[in-house]
Every structure is written in structure tokens, then in C-alpha cells.
Design a protein around this ligand. Sequence first.
Ligand SMILES: Cc1ncc(COP(=O)(O)O)c(C=O)c1O
Length: 221
Amino acid sequence: MNTGACDELREACELVHQHDGWVHVDGAFGLWAAASSATRHLVAGLELADSWACDGHKWLNLPYDSAFAFCRRPDVHAATMSYAAAYLVGSGGAPVGADLTAESSRRARAFAVWAGLRELGRDGVAALVDRCCALARRFAEGLTAAGFEVANEVVLNQVLVGFGGDARTDQVVAAVQADGTCWAGGTTWRGRRLMRLSVSNATTTVADVDRSVAAITRLAA
Ligand SMILES: Cc1ncc(COP(=O)(O)O)c(C=O)c1O
């Protein structure tokens, strides 16, 4: 997820299955690309995987530790996670929630997930994905126009930016974090230090991006 690029899932799944392997897709962030017709192609072949993980607290902006696991073999899933005791409700019968996670006692995370999805609806999730991707492209265009190097192909909501050398890029990242107009992390990609912009807040606007591009440009100068 450094760049937002996706592996060739169809090819990977077919290859692994030819060798009797299990394919797990870490879709913590990227699985939501499937919600939009503009980005769905990035995760083509996903349906061939044996299990997926996905987060609600990243792109959906739901409260922390809202996450989902999808498994082609519910029996294997339950056999892995479940523990039984004679006094536990439902123990030994058909799998219940407690048989599917490492936690027996937990709060009702599913409620916030249900409410979020119900509020957004199918179109709302797609719009959220599309909006973040469009803002990422705007970041890339603005920073390119300001003379900086966008190092990745911006296919999703991630933008990697170089400021002319590793040390200088790290300085700009530190200055941006201290400035506080926006927050961007540093990363290493293909052996280079780069600034990593990830547009993932549902409330981010065009004006926020433009203000951030101006701040980054000012700080880099
Ligand atoms: C691709 C990917 N997988 C997993 C994680 C960890 O996710 P979690 O917040 O569920 O611990 C991250 C966090 O950034 C991520 O980007």
C-alpha cells in the first residue's frame, strides 16, 4: 500500500491454487476499491481468493478496530479461532460470533459499521472512494506543477513525492508535520525516501488539498 497499486490478483490466485496453496488478501484499505466502477479493475480476481481482511476504520472512517474477515472455509475459520468450555453459551454448536475472533468479550463494533454503511449506502461508499482518489490526483497535479516529482502512478488515493534527494525529502516531511496544515508521512519506495500522501478522510475538501499543496510548496522552499 505504499503506492495504492494492486498485485495481479487473478494471476496470483490461479498460480497459488495450482500449487494447492491458500490465498489471503490483505485488503485493509484497498478492498474498498471494489466499491467504485472507476477503481474496481484494480482488484479484479479478488473473488478467487480464499480469505480477505478489510478495515472499516481506514477508508470508511469508522471507529478504530472495526475490521472484517471473510473466509471461504467457515469451518476452518472456526476451528482456528474457537475455544470451547461447557459453561459457555453456544459452545460446541454451530459457530457463533465468539468462535470467529480471538476475543470472546468485545463491544458492539458491528453497530457502528452497520450505521456507517447504512448512512453511506452503496453509492455513498463509491463516492467516498472516488472523492479521495480525485483529491489524490489533485495533490499530484498541484505538486507536479510546483516542480516536485510525483514518483508513483496515482491509481488510488496514495501519492509519493520526492523533493530532490533522501535527506531533503525527510526534511520536508518533518517540516510539513511540524507545520500542521496537513499530515504526510515519509516512506521508502524502490530504495528512495519519499513523502507519502494518503487522502483518506471523508471530510477532506478541494480547498484542503490546495491549502496543503501551498503549505508543502512554501515549506520545501
Ligand atoms: C495494507 C494494510 N494492512 C494492514 C494494516 C494494519 O491494519 P489495522 O489497522 O487493522 O491493524 C494496514 C495499516 O495501515 C495496512 O495499510
